[in-house]
Design a protein around this ligand. Structure first.
Ligand code: SF4
Ligand code: SF4
Length: 184
């Protein structure tokens, strides 16, 4: 399998390519009061950046706080180097700067045992309910295609492939729903 280290040039391309598509035509935040953007009461919610994605930020953004995590202590594959960047936002951000993980939600990548990629509704145990997941809402094809193309690029980095593969096996072992996304 191909292995590249994702450069800041590739991240700039990904940020441009993922800037506009949204899961549904209307603003889905109106369905739930922007549940996935609300900071958790004890600050327990946050986002892991992909390796190299930190180059998109100056670390002086007043809407983000940063932590550096040890990949071993936080369950990342052995291929991941220290540190892994974990960020918490204030609950609002310049839209063009939101991290990739925010742009992909509520979709998650699942790698089948034959190595093929399947997009599914996120199966993480979250402290809020996303109505797009709970109702299996058909999503905009443009959004699904955008997420799929972005993951095809991200998976060319072996560290990200290792993570998604390990998460996929864990998901199957735990019997979580590997629900294929339906298109609007
Ligand atoms: S929780 Fe789901 S429906 Fe609500 S804003 Fe986030 S993605 Fe949209
Ligand atoms: S960074 Fe922006 S899009 Fe992501 S959770 Fe925070 S407010 Fe929402």
């Amino acid at each position: 399998m191909e292995n590249i280290k994702l450069s800041s040039r590739i991240y700039r391309h990904l940020y441009n390519a993922t800037a506009n598509p949204t899961p549904i035509r209307k603003n889905c935040g109106e369905l739930c009061g922007r549940a996935c953007c609300r900071p958790a009461p004890r600050g327990e919610l946050g986002i892991y950046l992909f390796p190299g994605e930190e180059t998109m930020f100056s670390r002086r953004e007043n809407w983000l706080t940063w932590e550096e995590h040890d990949p071993v202590e936080h369950g990342f594959p052995v291929s991941w180097n220290e540190p892994v960047y974990f960020v918490r936002c204030s609950g609002s951000c310049p839209r063009e700067m939101r991290p990739l993980a925010c742009r992909f939600f509520p979709l998650a990548p699942h790698l089948n045992r034959d190595g093929s990629l399947r997009l599914i509704y996120e199966t993480l145990d979250l402290p809020y309910r996303c109505p797009l997941i709970t109702s299996g809402t058909p999503l905009e094809p443009r959004f699904i295609n955008m997420v799929e193309t972005a993951w095809e690029i991200l998976l060319r980095d072996r560290r990200i492939g290792d993570l998604v593969r390990e998460d996929s096996r864990l998901r199957e072992e735990n019997g979580l729903p590997v629900q294929v996304v339906s298109r609007a």
